[in-house]
Design a binder for this molecule. Structure first.
Ligand code: FE
Length: 206
Protein backbone atom coordinates (compact mmCIF):
# COMPACT_ATOMS: atom_id res chain seq x y z
CA UNK A 1 0.00 0.00 0.00
CA UNK A 2 1.40 3.40 -0.98
CA UNK A 3 0.31 6.08 1.48
CA UNK A 4 1.30 8.74 -1.04
CA UNK A 5 -1.94 7.99 -2.88
CA UNK A 6 -3.55 10.28 -0.29
CA UNK A 7 -1.58 13.20 -1.73
CA UNK A 8 -3.39 12.75 -5.06
CA UNK A 9 -6.68 13.87 -3.56
CA UNK A 10 -7.52 17.48 -4.42
CA UNK A 11 -8.87 20.02 -1.95
CA UNK A 12 -10.04 23.58 -1.67
CA UNK A 13 -9.03 25.86 1.20
CA UNK A 14 -11.36 27.67 3.55
CA UNK A 15 -11.47 29.91 6.59
CA UNK A 16 -13.89 28.26 8.99
CA UNK A 17 -15.34 30.75 11.49
CA UNK A 18 -17.52 30.39 14.56
CA UNK A 19 -18.79 32.53 17.41
CA UNK A 20 -19.44 31.54 20.99
CA UNK A 21 -20.75 34.43 23.10
CA UNK A 22 -18.24 37.28 22.72
CA UNK A 23 -15.55 35.01 21.28
CA UNK A 24 -14.96 35.09 17.52
CA UNK A 25 -12.54 32.55 16.13
CA UNK A 26 -11.56 30.81 12.93
CA UNK A 27 -9.18 28.28 11.44
CA UNK A 28 -8.06 27.04 8.04
CA UNK A 29 -9.59 23.82 6.74
CA UNK A 30 -9.42 21.96 3.43
CA UNK A 31 -12.46 19.76 3.95
CA UNK A 32 -15.57 21.74 3.00
CA UNK A 33 -17.68 20.10 0.30
CA UNK A 34 -21.25 20.14 -0.90
CA UNK A 35 -22.66 16.97 0.64
CA UNK A 36 -26.12 16.92 -0.96
CA UNK A 37 -28.28 19.15 -3.12
CA UNK A 38 -31.83 18.45 -1.96
CA UNK A 39 -31.82 19.81 0.66
CA UNK A 40 -28.64 21.72 -0.05
CA UNK A 41 -26.06 20.67 2.54
CA UNK A 42 -22.40 21.23 3.30
CA UNK A 43 -20.07 18.97 5.24
CA UNK A 44 -16.79 19.85 6.92
CA UNK A 45 -14.34 17.74 8.89
CA UNK A 46 -12.48 19.54 11.68
CA UNK A 47 -9.60 18.31 13.81
CA UNK A 48 -10.64 18.00 17.45
CA UNK A 49 -7.46 19.87 18.49
CA UNK A 50 -8.85 23.06 16.94
CA UNK A 51 -10.61 25.47 19.27
CA UNK A 52 -13.04 26.26 16.41
CA UNK A 53 -14.07 22.59 16.57
CA UNK A 54 -15.20 22.93 20.19
CA UNK A 55 -17.03 26.17 19.44
CA UNK A 56 -19.01 24.58 16.58
CA UNK A 57 -19.81 21.50 18.65
CA UNK A 58 -21.29 23.86 21.25
CA UNK A 59 -23.06 26.40 19.00
CA UNK A 60 -23.82 24.16 15.99
CA UNK A 61 -23.29 27.04 13.55
CA UNK A 62 -20.43 28.16 11.34
CA UNK A 63 -19.42 30.12 8.25
CA UNK A 64 -17.09 28.86 5.55
CA UNK A 65 -15.22 31.55 3.58
CA UNK A 66 -13.83 30.12 0.36
CA UNK A 67 -10.20 31.15 -0.14
CA UNK A 68 -9.36 32.43 -3.63
CA UNK A 69 -6.13 32.64 -5.62
CA UNK A 70 -5.79 36.28 -4.53
CA UNK A 71 -5.23 35.28 -0.88
CA UNK A 72 -2.03 36.42 0.78
CA UNK A 73 0.13 34.13 2.94
CA UNK A 74 -0.72 36.40 5.89
CA UNK A 75 -4.28 35.04 5.87
CA UNK A 76 -2.93 31.51 6.39
CA UNK A 77 -0.55 32.69 9.10
CA UNK A 78 -3.30 34.53 10.96
CA UNK A 79 -5.87 31.74 10.94
CA UNK A 80 -3.70 28.65 10.55
CA UNK A 81 -0.53 29.11 12.60
CA UNK A 82 -1.85 29.88 16.08
CA UNK A 83 -4.59 28.61 18.37
CA UNK A 84 -7.67 30.70 19.10
CA UNK A 85 -7.58 29.32 22.64
CA UNK A 86 -4.88 31.78 23.65
CA UNK A 87 -5.01 34.43 20.92
CA UNK A 88 -7.63 36.65 19.32
CA UNK A 89 -7.18 35.82 15.63
CA UNK A 90 -9.21 38.89 14.65
CA UNK A 91 -6.95 41.27 16.61
CA UNK A 92 -5.86 44.07 14.27
CA UNK A 93 -7.76 42.48 11.37
CA UNK A 94 -10.53 44.26 9.49
CA UNK A 95 -11.03 42.15 6.35
CA UNK A 96 -14.29 40.67 7.54
CA UNK A 97 -18.02 41.31 7.75
CA UNK A 98 -20.63 39.72 9.96
CA UNK A 99 -23.19 37.38 8.43
CA UNK A 100 -26.88 37.18 9.27
CA UNK A 101 -26.08 34.42 11.79
CA UNK A 102 -23.80 36.80 13.72
CA UNK A 103 -20.67 34.93 12.64
CA UNK A 104 -17.87 36.73 10.82
CA UNK A 105 -16.74 35.86 7.30
CA UNK A 106 -13.58 36.89 5.49
CA UNK A 107 -13.87 39.48 2.70
CA UNK A 108 -10.29 39.68 1.34
CA UNK A 109 -8.61 36.77 -0.45
CA UNK A 110 -11.93 34.95 -0.61
CA UNK A 111 -14.55 34.59 -3.32
CA UNK A 112 -17.67 33.48 -1.44
CA UNK A 113 -18.99 32.56 1.96
CA UNK A 114 -21.56 30.02 3.10
CA UNK A 115 -23.42 30.05 6.43
CA UNK A 116 -24.38 26.68 7.83
CA UNK A 117 -26.56 25.38 10.66
CA UNK A 118 -25.33 21.98 11.80
CA UNK A 119 -27.86 19.13 11.70
CA UNK A 120 -25.56 16.13 12.19
CA UNK A 121 -22.20 15.40 13.74
CA UNK A 122 -20.17 12.25 13.19
CA UNK A 123 -17.25 11.36 15.47
CA UNK A 124 -14.47 10.16 13.18
CA UNK A 125 -11.64 9.80 15.73
CA UNK A 126 -9.15 12.60 15.09
CA UNK A 127 -11.85 14.72 13.43
CA UNK A 128 -15.55 15.44 13.75
CA UNK A 129 -17.67 15.67 10.63
CA UNK A 130 -20.27 18.42 10.78
CA UNK A 131 -23.11 18.30 8.26
CA UNK A 132 -25.59 21.12 8.00
CA UNK A 133 -28.05 23.08 5.96
CA UNK A 134 -27.23 26.39 4.32
CA UNK A 135 -28.88 29.45 5.85
CA UNK A 136 -27.18 32.11 3.73
CA UNK A 137 -24.43 32.52 1.13
CA UNK A 138 -22.99 35.17 -1.18
CA UNK A 139 -20.42 35.41 -3.96
CA UNK A 140 -17.71 37.96 -3.05
CA UNK A 141 -15.43 37.87 -6.10
CA UNK A 142 -14.93 36.21 -9.48
CA UNK A 143 -11.33 35.17 -8.69
CA UNK A 144 -10.82 31.40 -8.93
CA UNK A 145 -10.87 29.32 -5.75
CA UNK A 146 -7.45 28.35 -4.40
CA UNK A 147 -6.74 24.63 -4.31
CA UNK A 148 -4.33 23.07 -1.81
CA UNK A 149 -1.91 22.54 -4.71
CA UNK A 150 -2.19 26.20 -5.77
CA UNK A 151 -1.38 27.24 -2.19
CA UNK A 152 1.87 25.26 -2.22
CA UNK A 153 2.89 26.46 -5.67
CA UNK A 154 1.94 30.12 -5.47
CA UNK A 155 1.01 31.38 -2.00
CA UNK A 156 3.26 29.61 0.50
CA UNK A 157 6.80 31.08 0.50
CA UNK A 158 9.27 28.64 -1.08
CA UNK A 159 11.47 26.75 1.40
CA UNK A 160 15.17 27.52 1.61
CA UNK A 161 17.21 25.73 -1.04
CA UNK A 162 19.53 24.25 1.56
CA UNK A 163 18.65 22.37 4.73
CA UNK A 164 19.37 25.21 7.09
CA UNK A 165 18.25 28.80 7.50
CA UNK A 166 20.60 31.66 6.62
CA UNK A 167 21.88 31.68 10.20
CA UNK A 168 22.55 27.91 10.10
CA UNK A 169 19.59 26.51 12.01
CA UNK A 170 18.04 23.15 11.17
CA UNK A 171 14.66 23.03 9.42
CA UNK A 172 12.09 20.28 10.04
CA UNK A 173 9.31 19.99 7.51
CA UNK A 174 5.88 18.45 8.01
CA UNK A 175 5.50 15.72 5.39
CA UNK A 176 1.75 16.18 5.40
CA UNK A 177 1.30 19.92 4.89
CA UNK A 178 4.75 21.41 4.36
CA UNK A 179 4.85 23.49 7.57
CA UNK A 180 8.43 24.22 8.62
CA UNK A 181 9.80 24.26 12.15
CA UNK A 182 13.20 25.85 12.78
CA UNK A 183 15.34 24.48 15.62
CA UNK A 184 18.10 21.95 16.31
CA UNK A 185 15.74 19.43 17.90
CA UNK A 186 12.07 18.94 17.11
CA UNK A 187 10.27 18.27 20.45
CA UNK A 188 8.78 14.73 20.60
CA UNK A 189 5.38 16.11 21.53
CA UNK A 190 5.39 18.73 18.78
CA UNK A 191 2.07 19.01 16.90
CA UNK A 192 1.98 20.63 13.48
CA UNK A 193 0.08 23.91 13.90
CA UNK A 194 -1.43 23.60 10.42
CA UNK A 195 -2.49 19.97 9.98
CA UNK A 196 -2.13 18.80 13.62
CA UNK A 197 0.01 15.80 12.69
CA UNK A 198 2.61 14.68 15.27
CA UNK A 199 6.41 15.09 15.29
CA UNK A 200 6.78 11.65 13.65
CA UNK A 201 5.38 13.14 10.45
CA UNK A 202 8.23 15.68 10.27
CA UNK A 203 11.46 15.15 8.39
CA UNK A 204 14.75 16.98 8.64
CA UNK A 205 15.32 19.12 5.55
CA UNK A 206 18.73 18.17 4.11
FE1 FE B 1 1.44 19.70 8.95
Amino acid sequence: MDNKAMYKLSYGLFVLTAKDGDKDNGCIINTAIQAASEPNQISICVNKANYTHDMILKTMEFNVSIISESADFSLFKRFGFASGRDTDKFDGFSDYKTGGNGIRYITTGTNAYISVKVTKTVDLGSHTMFVGTITDMEVLSDTASATYAYYFENIKPKPEAVGTTKDGQTIWRCKICGYEYVGEELPDDFICPICKHPASDFEKVV
